[in-house]
Design a protein around this ligand. Structure first.
Ligand code: SF4
Ligand code: SF4
Length: 449
């Protein structure tokens, strides 16, 4: 049956059943332990109901309309225009991050933390899956990464339906989904299952700061060339210092930010309904440049300090390097990247972390701006100034400003998502990798008399 002909009540019914079951699972373990057994069956039922409800909802909505962007109601909707539903979602997301990051420090009684409660009543439902994948009970990180991957895959289906007319969007959505499922979820856990060090092959320094830290490298080096950890870290270093510059010079930062990275993967799938919330103001652009480069400087200094301290046996910097690394991990790694970066999707847009905070994006942006073949060309004569491109640029770039002038867009922050081109009704914009010559040229002004 065509999904558009499915009854309107089916998707909400499945979502409500899945949601109620999600609430019932911890309650059952609290009041009637063992009543819902086996846990794998009930968790799978819960996730299946949620996924089926979401997919039917997306399919009904998308297939009843034209492919592509739909401006209807976008500035009035309670979810996409910072209404009550958006605030509730932001509250739920920031709450989730608080539980994951700080649950072990939050007391819930004399000898109990929030983490203990979550482990006993929530994480345990994920343990059968965790045992199957990594031969260990579920903890907060397994719980989080499972939900994260689930969200990327379910909302990737929404992207595929919405942009079904656009090959670029289809391919990069499949790419981010596959990278998250394979490199951001399955492979690191299967490595643990086979008694190898956990490693995320799609994250590199400086985004994954610990992959260049001495407390990872020195034990691996001491084990010699037979240590898989050394090969994994070596791969990461090669990606950071060799492959990243070369790939960015060839393709722009899009090869990573819109095709590989898990943070970008969530932004491009679950974050898509919020992309229009990114600020296009000049002050946001100024803040972006200061903040992202300051955070890059902080991680470079922090990594250098850790090595200096390690090599000097703690004589040169004392406690400083540890304090700096911990502060970076807390304020940037947890508060900025997690709580604000994802928790505030419904209020600030989907790429707050990528735009204002990610040190990897800062490096990629440098190569893209000055050394890359990538640019977005604009056929200014065709532009009707509708503003769709600027509205839906998740990085806050005023694309229309360039389009009206027929000027190439060569901005360090552009992640090459291609949505500006996909939503342009006139085919004005084109993402290209071409010769460097003329890339930064300003078109001649036409004077009207
Ligand atoms: S300018 Fe276009 S391709 Fe670049 S981030 Fe904005 S919407 Fe995406
Ligand atoms: S480039 Fe396309 S989407 Fe942007 S303002 Fe012009 S016509 Fe509209």
């Amino acid at each position: 049956m065509h999904p558009g002909r499915l009854p309107a009540w089916l998707a909400p019914l499945l979502l409500i059943c899945g949601g109620l079951l999600g609430i019932a699972l911890p309650l059952s373990s609290l009041f009637w332990p063992g009543s819902l057994s086996p846990p794998a069956l009930w968790l799978s039922l819960c996730l299946d109901l949620l996924a089926a409800g979401a997919l039917i909802h997306f399919a009904r909505r998308s297939l009843q309309r034209e492919a592509g962007i739909d401006n209807d109601n976008i500035v009035r909707s309670a979810i996409s225009a910072r209404g009550a539903v958006a605030w509730l979602c932001a509250l739920a997301l920031t709450g989730l991050y608080t539980i994951i990051y700080f649950g072990r420090q939050l007391p819930l009684g004399p000898s109990k933390t929030l983490h203990d409660w979550m482990a006993a009543h929530v994480y345990l439902w994920f343990s059968p899956l965790s045992q199957a994948l990594r031969a260990a009970p579920a903890d907060e990180w397994f719980f989080y990464s499972t939900l994260y991957t689930f969200a990327v895959l379910v909302f990737a289906a929404r992207m595929l339906l919405k942009y079904r007319h656009n090959r670029y969007q289809i391919l990069r959505t499949i790419s981010v989904g596959a990278f998250q499922l394979g490199f951001g979820y399955m492979i690191p856990y299967l490595l643990i299952r086979f008694q190898q060090p956990e490693h995320f092959f799609s994250y590199f320094w400086p985004l994954k700061a610990e992959y260049l830290a001495p407390d990872h490298w020195l034990p691996a080096l001491s084990q010699g060339a037979q240590s898989p950890a050394l090969w994994f870290l070596g791969f990461g270093a090669m990606m950071s210092f060799v492959a990243t510059p070369l790939l960015t010079m060839r393709f722009g930062k899009r090869w990573y930010c819109s095709w590989v990275c898990g943070c970008g993967g969530l932004a491009e799938t679950m974050g898509d309904p919020f992309r229009q919330l990114s600020s296009k103001s000049l002050s946001a652009w100024r803040l972006e440049r200061w903040l992202i480069h300051s955070i890059l400087a902080a991680i470079v200094i922090s990594t250098a300090a850790l090595w200096i301290n390690s090599v000097s046996g703690g004589k040169l910097l004392g406690q400083f390097s540890g304090v700096l690394a911990n502060a970076y991990g807390f304020y940037i790694g947890k508060i900025f990247a997690g709580v604000i970066g994802v928790g505030f999707y419904p209020l600030l847009g989907s790429r707050v972390w990528c735009r204002f905070g990610c040190p990897m994006a800062a490096i990629l942006g440098f190569f893209q701006r000055f050394l890359s073949r990538f640019r977005i060309t604009t056929n200014g004569g065709q532009c009707i100034s509708c503003g769709n491109c600027s509205t839906y640029c998740e990085m806050g770039i005023d694309v229309r400003w360039y389009a009206q002038r027929g000027q190439n867009i060569v901005r360090s922050s552009c992640v090459g998502c291609g949505v500006c081109a996909a939503v342009c009704p006139r085919g004005v914009l084109r993402l290209e990798n071409a010769a460097m010559a003329g890339r930064l040229a300003t078109p001649p002004m036409v004077e009207l008399r």
